[in-house]
Design a protein around this ligand. Sequence first.
Ligand code: FMN
Length: 428
Amino acid sequence: MTETLLFSPMTIRGVTLKNRIVVPPMHQYSAQKGFPTDWHLMNAGKFAAGGAGLVVVESTKVERRGCGTVGDLGIWDDGFVEPLGRLAKFIRQQNSVAGIQLGHSGRKARATRPWEGDRPLQRTPEIEDWDAWQPVAPSAIAHSEKWPVPKALARGEVKDLVQAWGSAAWRAHEAGFDVLELHGAHGYLVHQFLSERSNQRSDEYGGSEANRMRFITEITEAVRTHWPDHKPLFVRLSVEDNAGWGPEQSARLAKILKVKGVDVIDCSSGGITEMAPILGKEIKYSYQVPLSEYVKRHADIMTMAVGLIIHGDQAEQILRERQADLIAVGREILNNPNWPMDAALKLGVEGPFRNVPPQFGYWLGTRAKRGFGTRPSTLAKRAAGSRLGDRIRSPQGATGSRECAPDDERNCARAVMTGFAICGYWGK
Ligand SMILES: Cc1cc2nc3c(=O)[nH]c(=O)nc-3n(C[C@H](O)[C@H](O)[C@H](O)COP(=O)(O)O)c2cc1C
């Protein structure tokens, strides 16, 4: 049996995660007037029951104007506490930790859902508060030509917004969440303040780097006065945005935020322009991990890595190489909500079914004792008849080849991860 970092518990302040696997915030575009629906319960519930140590509920908006789409979750009123509390309670009941991300879309507010075209929404009678849902930003600069020019926030409104984040943190605590993440990435409001491109204010919130960092710094202070000391606080940053903000700025900000009570920087990228993040030559497995490593080393703060982390041994390697402290698995956990169990099996962890509630774990454990189900069904399997020494080829054919071992399914899984995806036999 293997000892892994991925399945070792971790305590941050007063909260212990049973493993290092995190479900990152993922919008469901399914709220009604900001309130969670059964969909949210099902969604959070299945990830918690799948064995992740921490499940972070999607970007939940601190004010009405901050909603990205008609389906965004809200937390701008005390009326949200009880329905959000249902999600937190259910996650906790599955022996996972419940987290929530607080956000504000700023100039990217009032948009269609991504699968409806990802563009500004058209006015319809069903949206009763159209005018109150006005996109706002540090400066009256549109995200791109296809987006409306936002209203520049008055200085007093910025101060009010800082307090809105603080009140939202208090509500998140009241609802029973144990981890809070502030959304400072992806070109949304906080990122709009950080970026010179979107922030051309002449007051204390614009101009110098220190001034552009003031909004998130004050938000962190306000949040920490309402969010208990024993509960961890994360901030998600676009560590590189390819538009003037990069790892050096992010590390400087992380140092400031650490002093203000932030425990973990969740390292993402992009979003301030229409372009997908350019990190090296291509988007590839672990493409944002170097950003996490940079912030961790230069700001001496814990980090979470995210972005195309798909395989258990890939995640384990990131932790072993000290490139991150936590691993977020997003789209792959949409594909396989039982990813933690699956990864535990593949890594040879003792008691792979202990991460999930007994409603699942008991039955899978007893079946395993009889010798069944210990080979995950998701493993790439050698084709019947393939032999030791068969060449494994890259699907693109360009990156080389290496040998396949007999009955070594993990080897094939690794091959998939590293891009040597197709067994000689499969390639026929
Ligand atoms: C459906 C969907 C919704 C998302 N919603 C959010 C969100 O609410 N907040 C956020 O910071 N990132 C959001 N993201 C980004 C993810 O948290 C994650 O960073 C991204 O998917 C990359 O990780 P992956 O390659 O493991 O999926 C979303 C991603 C997806 C696929």
